[in-house]
Design a protein around this ligand. Structure first.
Ligand code: SF4
Ligand code: SF4
Length: 162
């Protein structure tokens, strides 16, 4: 029997600015959620833009997700994006905290997954300046030394990773 697909509600982690984006002309970033996010859903769901709203799926909600049930972004406080980035033929997982930092349980799971599946990982920490979240984030690479070096070069060059 096919398992029921996972549903987003009441999660709004991707609408709440933990990943910077622009929604219908409005910049959304940490500390500045999409104006249509109610914190439990979207108040303009029928008119949400195709990109990113309709097309985006985090790794937890994807069909046949590799993430365990407890890693739902609003409770595990981490949002994982898969298959956006490749490094030397390997898929890189991207993980963003829903809050300042990814909690230890979720981060340990992601690191172990990166090791066993040979999937390099990039995870973020939010930057707080004068008591407010900054639109930019610190990025930490977890994987082979050459991968870590390359991510340092990407970030120094200002490359956008997601
Ligand atoms: S972060 Fe994932 S589960 Fe949460 S609303 Fe976005 S796509 Fe759905
Ligand atoms: S328009 Fe709706 S679905 Fe899109 S980011 Fe805003 S709250 Fe989320």
């Amino acid at each position: 029997m096919k398992k029921n697909p996972r549903v987003c509600q009441p999660c709004t982690a991707c609408c709440d600015g933990w990943v910077s984006m622009n929604i219908k002309g409005v910049d959304v970033y940490p500390g500045k959620p999409c104006p249509h996010s109610t914190g439990k859903g979207c108040d303009d769901y029928e008119n949400r833009p195709p990109d990113p709203c309709v097309h985006f799926q985090c790794a937890w909600v994807q069909e046949n997700s590799v993430l365990p049930e407890w890693m739902k972004p609003n409770t595990a406080r981490v949002l994982v994006v898969r298959d956006k980035l490749q490094w030397q033929g390997l898929s890189v997982d991207l993980a963003v905290p829903v809050g300042k930092r990814i909690p230890p349980r979720a981060l340990n799971w992601l690191k172990q997954f990166a090791e066993t599946q040979e999937r390099p990982l990039i995870y973020a920490e939010q930057i707080i300046e004068k008591g407010e979240y900054s639109p930019s984030q610190n990025l930490i690479a977890y994987g082979p030394a050459a991968f870590q070096q390359e991510v340092l070069e990407w970030t120094a060059a200002g490359r956008k990773l997601w």
